[in-house]
Write a protein that binds this ligand. Structure first.
Ligand code: GLY
Length: 572
């Protein structure tokens, strides 16, 4: 085994130093520059994802007769190749599936802490959090869940052959594809981090800088995908891939063992469901905080005449930010892995409880987070989202991630995939903030085999028992507020879906105590009014990249891809 591992690694090294990553292959074509279609309409099927080649992959599978699950699996593996900042096989995520005439299901393929993980593993001897220890290098990585998740979904609902769904990703990895401006900039920015955190120089590193249109070839990744194609989950969690991953752990100091990999299992869970505004919302429950936050925030604003206040008026932003503040205070206190902690879900979502949480709301003054703890009910940036609707009307909504952009920046030598840094989504210490500035407590403390709290909010919405909308977004802790704001824009401010998705967003997460806003989101006068109420306004980079599909009154599907990235939709 050791020999095989070394052989595969040296082949990987050899390939790397032969600069195989930036050659232009002769008989392979990707349609560069890509067309980034932001709004599409189709009467049969729709795909929206973060990359045009992944969207095209999904459409190809649907046209071959694949169902929504087949197309989603193919998109997931394609994103692992063409969108390495978040698409992954070394990460995890959540899937929501609504079969046309069946019950919704959710699949939790969130990563798990390695068995040897301990509550204080990121603290120094004085009990202080060691900066960046939970963010970079293999020690930041939890046991990946994506391959097991895709495998499980295929076993239960897939129609086409497993290998057929992975082949497009294998081809994109082995024959290469041309990178976009955004990807080139991201890879150039992270070059040093990849080198520092990996035991070999990965395919993502080019000594002279990447530029748009350069070809990226990932032959080690193609070989790993071949193993997954041939052997299913065992092609990742056992054999050569598992041995390569363990070797990387030993070389760079991580905890994941082959036993952790063998033990990993994704889990079918009951989705979180609630009614709002005449619609039925199906979303993700713990270990994601997303669904609970979404229901809480929508519930907290429901009694107020927000439509009258007007879109992005001071009154509307104040109300929504105050609801966000209260929901995130509860998140910090109560939410974690339901297999480890008891979460008072019913109490947190009770309408009387939500009304009580808003009792301290003052329509003229912000509530200081320092004076607002969690409530007492009676009883967790770079991620990617995609949506597939097939010709039968089956709908899939998946959010998947490596956590931070390119995860922990460790590429498994010889296997070519990037590892997540999902351990940073745990609370390293009560009150200590993570990558997203979010704080947490005991409920989200680190423990072996536990899942870190997430914010991912894949959502499906029905009307009269028929799928009406599917949506989700990346963005760490901003995910629930982005989904919340898109829905409020449609339901309460009368926007079309493209308007609602492209509208600028803002975000409050209790701590830090400020409203972060996208550049130019709010007029100067509105910002001044909010500041007079006591709010602190903090401009920031774009918030989220929402992908959504909605059924139009004419029965057609409308796909909407966020203008904030390379996201693309296609339908037919
Ligand atoms: N890693 C981001 C999230 O799960 O919310």
């Amino acid at each position: 085994m050791l020999f095989m591992t070394r052989l595969i690694i040296s082949l990987g090294l050899c390939c790397t130093f032969m600069a195989c990553r930036a050659q232009t292959p002769s008989k392979w074509y990707t349609p560069f520059p890509y067309t980034h279609t932001k709004v599409a309409e189709g009467d049969s099927a729709m795909v929206v994802s973060a990359h045009p080649l992944a969207t095209q992959t999904g459409i190809d599978i649907l046209r071959k007769g694949g169902n929504a699950i087949d197309a989603a699996i193919a998109v997931h593996f394609a994103l692992a190749v063409v969108y390495p900042q978040a698409g992954n096989i070394g990460g995890g995520g959540f899937m929501l599936y609504l079969p046309k005439d069946g019950n919704p299901v959710s699949l939790d393929f969130r990563e798990k802490a390695p068995a040897a993980a301990t509550e204080k593993m990121y603290l120094d001897s004085a009990g202080q959090v060691i900066a960046q220890k939970s963010r970079y290098g293999p020690l930041a990585s939890a046991v990946p869940g994506s391959v097991d998740g895709m495998w499980k979904a295929h076993q239960r609902f897939g129609k086409l052959n497993w290998g057929e769904l992975i082949q497009p990703a294998v081809d994109l990895a082995r024959k290469g594809y041309q990178i976009t401006t955004q990807e080139a900039e991201n890879l150039n920015r992270e070059k040093r981090m990849f080198v520092r955190n990996s035991s070999i120089v990965p395919d993502f590193v080019k000594f002279d800088d990447w530029k748009a249109g350069d070809w990226l070839l990932q032959r080690d990744l193609a070989n790993t995908l071949d193993r997954i194609s041939a052997d299913g989950r065992a092609g990742f969690y056992e054999g050569a891939t598992a041995a390569l991953l363990q070797h990387e752990m030993e070389a760079k100091g991580g905890l994941i063992t082959t036993q952790d990999l063998a033990n990993y299992s994704s889990t079918w869970r009951k989705p979180l469901e609630f009614d709002h505004n005449g619609y039925h919302v199906i979303t993700m429950g713990p270990p994601s905080s997303g669904g609970i936050l979404l229901e809480q925030m929508l519930g907290m604003i429901a009694p107020y005449p927000i439509t009258q206040y007007g879109f992005h008026s001071a009154a509307a932003v104040h109300l929504m930010a105050e609801a966000e503040r209260r929901a995130y205070a509860d998140r910090a206190q109560y939410l974690g892995d339901p297999d480890f902690v008891k979460i008072p879900v019913k109490g947190l979502l009770d309408s009387a409880y939500l009304a009580k949480r808003m009792a301290s709301f003052n329509d003229k003054k912000s509530t200081e987070s320092a004076n607002l703890g969690p409530g007492i009910p009676k009883e967790s940036e770079e991620t990617t989202h995609f949506v597939v609707i097939d010709t039968d009307g089956n709908a899939v909504s998946i959010t998947t991630t490596l956590n931070d952009t390119y995860g922990c920046r460790t590429v498994v030598a010889g296997a070519g995939f990037i590892l997540n840094n999902q351990m940073d989504d745990f609370s390293a210490k009560p009150g200590a903030s993570n990558l997203y500035g979010a704080v947490g407590g005991k409920a989200n403390a680190i423990a072996g085999n536990k899942r870190p709290l997430s914010s991912m909010t894949p959502t499906l919405i029905t009307q009269n028992n028929k799928i009406w909308m599917a949506l989700g977004t990346p963005g760490g802790t901003t995910i629930p507020t982005s989904v919340f704001q898109v829905l409020v824009n449609v339901w309460y401010f009368g926007m079309t879906l493209p308007e609602a998705v492209q509208a600028k967003r803002f975000h409050h997460q209790w701590r830090p105590d400020h409203i972060s806003i996208e550049e130019g989101a709010l007029p100067e006068a509105v910002m001044q009014s909010l500041e007079k109420m006591g709010h602190i306004i903090q401009p920031r980079t774009p918030i989220g990249r929402v992908e959504a599909v909605m059924r139009l009154p004419n029965g057609h599907w409308q796909g909407v891809a966020d203008t904030r990235g390379d996201d693309t939709t296609q339908g037919y």
